[in-house]
Design a protein around this ligand. Structure first.
Ligand code: MN
Length: 290
């Protein structure tokens, strides 16, 4: 199932080029008392919400997909975890050398470690990216995003995919420079998530997905998740050995080569086969206090 959030916080199911409005299904989420439990309420109660969606589907109002404004499919992730550049650089050299190189690259990533992005940096495709610090280079990073589905700590790699609720397409937007990544990559709108959440049952192997990103129609990034250096089971195992993972936590799995600058007025199109494609406009942020 492809679950989206659209327009004025409506809940939708995407079927071909239509969005069915199943907002009523959110009533399956129990009202919490303070303090709210950790994790995103929709993802925590995804089973109950999905059952309600099944009952609503046949009578739901429907919209053309092209006419709705898509929001981030996860509204309140507890944390946004991200991996650094995480794709094998292809080598023309002998296979053995390529294998040594692979181990060096994995060691490099493990040295650098994972990092966290602010929850307030989250944006849906329709909200777009509002650039700040235009005197510096602002880059796009196309990434497969894992949405965690159930609580776990010290998750074994063999069990890891059982902790996944689904997948989405992510843009880990970045201002280049010497500051901590948690600052440069946490600007409002610099964590784009969309176009919807594809439930894990539709993606039997997240290590077999092709992805592309264009800017104004020009190809910039193309990759295949079989070339991930630290694969998805290992990312979940690794992250959960540091932080308890909660439903709705996001793991941006790292970008392939081909990152490049964007400017106000650009249009990014990013897609992953089996998930979907999204259009994300780029503008300059208004420097207005509020
Ligand atoms: Mn990244």
């Amino acid at each position: 199932m492809k679950i989206c959030r659209f327009n004025d916080n409506r809940l939708g199911v995407v079927e071909a080029d239509r969005v069915l409005d199943v907002t009523e299904a959110l009533k399956a989420i129990p009202a919490p008392s303070y303090p709210w439990p950790p994790g995103d309420a929709l993802v925590t109660h995804l089973l109950q919400v999905s059952a309600r969606i099944g009952a609503l589907r046949d009578t739901a109002a429907s919209h053309a997909l092209a006419e709705v404004s898509l929001l981030s499919p996860v509204g309140n992730p507890g944390k946004i975890i991200a991996a650094p550049v995480n794709y094998r650089k292809h080598l023309d050299e002998a296979r053995e050398q390529a294998e040594i190189h692979f181990h060096q690259q994995v060691a490099q990533i493990e040295n650098v470690g994972l990092f966290l992005k602010a929850g307030s940096s989250l944006a849906g495709p329709a909200e777009g990216v509002a650039l700040q610090h235009l005197d510096r280079r602002n880059d796009h990073e196309l990434e497969l995003v894992v949405v965690i589905g159930k609580v776990g700590r010290n998750i074994d790699r063999a069990q890891s995919l059982g902790h996944v609720a689904g997948y989405a397409v992510g843009l880990d937007m970045t201002v280049r420079g010497p500051q901590e990544r948690s600052m440069r990559k946490s600007i409002d709108t610099y964590s784009v998530l969309g176009p919807w959440l594809v439930t894990a049952d539709e993606i039997p192997d997240p290590g077999a997905l092709h992805m592309t990103l264009t800017v104004n129609g020009q190809p910039r990034q193309e990759a295949h998740t079989r070339d991930l250096l630290v694969d998805i089971p290992r990312l979940i195992e690794w992250a959960s050995s540091y932080y308890t993972l909660y439903p709705g936590d996001l793991i941006y799995t790292g970008t392939p080569q081909g990152v490049g600058p964007v400017q106000p007025g650009d249009l990014i199109e990013a897609g992953i086969d089996g998930i979907g494609r999204m259009k994300v406009g780029v503008s300059a942020a208004q420097r207005k206090a509020s």
